[in-house]
Ligand binder design. Structure first.
Ligand code: NDP
Length: 250
């Protein structure tokens, strides 16, 4: 049985301070990777995640940066290069929602979601490829959503960004394959985080009824496949999107 061993690897997780990103960062650290934890504004949540990683026997540093801003992304990747001299795994996890029906959706609501969820992922991927191309190895794991596959009323902006991530994943996987860089996406269903806290009881029950495994997802449910995709066990997989949703979308 192949073990997931990421010792000696450097992994950057965007939006790693809270929610799904936190679970991914802690799990990658447990597998032995050194973690660079990016967050946008919640420094205390990022501090808490650093403490969790240290308690698990891992190592990590936190870097503030808004992934939608090119200058911030430039500084983020320069810090990684200066401190670690390499980058093996990039997890593009940072994401936001601005849910509303299309008729009421303002341009700001559309732009904000595209800027963080899609443009941010483009900026980070491009920056990561500089180190990874040089090393001739790397793994990029993009967090999309089942909504990018099925669509969802009230989330046209978010669904467009998440569907865009799937196409972006396939294109970069094709471009980077010859350099031994694998690019895949993970599409979570409904996961309990602050992002989904806003849903009312009726909406939660409706979602629950549509999940064959009979429960909502937890951040750790997503972390497992990310560790697998970062590992040697996944060296023949690229350009794929893996749905992790308790069977909601089949
Ligand atoms: P949370 O709202 O719990 O956490 C979002 C994280 O992203 C925070 O760490 C936040 O930083 C960071 N972030 C937001 N905007 C930026 C930015 N511009 N630059 C850098 N970091 C940023 O969300 P989740 O953990 O639920 O979601 C994580 C990912 O998973 C997202 O891409 C989301 O779309 C996706 N997803 C979530 C699902 C769910 O049900 N929860 C389902 C499907 C997909 P800070 O802490 O500083 O605010």
């Amino acid at each position: 049985m192949m073990q997931i061993d990421l010792a000696g690897k450097v992994a950057l997780v965007t939006g790693g301070g809270r929610g799904i990103g936190r679970a991914i960062a802690v799990s990658l650290a447990e597998a032995g990777a050194h973690i660079v934890l990016n967050y946008r504004s919640n420094a205390s949540a990022a501090e808490e995640t650093l403490a969790m990683i240290a308690a698990a026997g891992g190592t990590a540093t936190a870097v503030q940066a808004d992934v939608s801003q090119a200058a911030d992304v430039e500084r983020l990747f320069k810090t990684v290069q200066d401190n670690s001299g390499r980058l093996d795994v990039l997890v593009n996890n940072a994401g936001i929602t601005r849910d509303t029906l299309l008729l009421r959706m303002k341009e700001e609501d559309f732009d904000a979601v595209i800027d963080t969820n899609l443009r941010g992922l483009y900026l980070c991927t491009k920056a990561a490829l500089r180190s990874m191309s040089r090393q001739r190895s790397g793994r990029i794991i993009n967090i999309t959503s089942v909504v990018g596959i099925t669509g969802n009323a009230g989330q046209a902006n978010y669904a467009a960004a998440k569907a865009g991530i799937i196409g972006f994943t396939k294109s970069t996987a094709r471009e980077m394959a010859s350099r031994n860089i694998m690019v895949n996406a993970v599409a979570p269903g409904f996961v309990e985080t602050e992002l989904t806290d806003v849903l009312n009881e009726d909406a939660r029950n409706a979602i629950l009824n549509s999940i064959p495994l009979g429960r909502l997802g937890q951040p750790l449910d997503i972390a497992g496949i990310v560790c697998f995709l970062a590992s040697d066990a996944a060296s023949y997989i690229t350009g794929q999107t893996f749905v992790v949703d308790g069977g909601m979308v089949m």
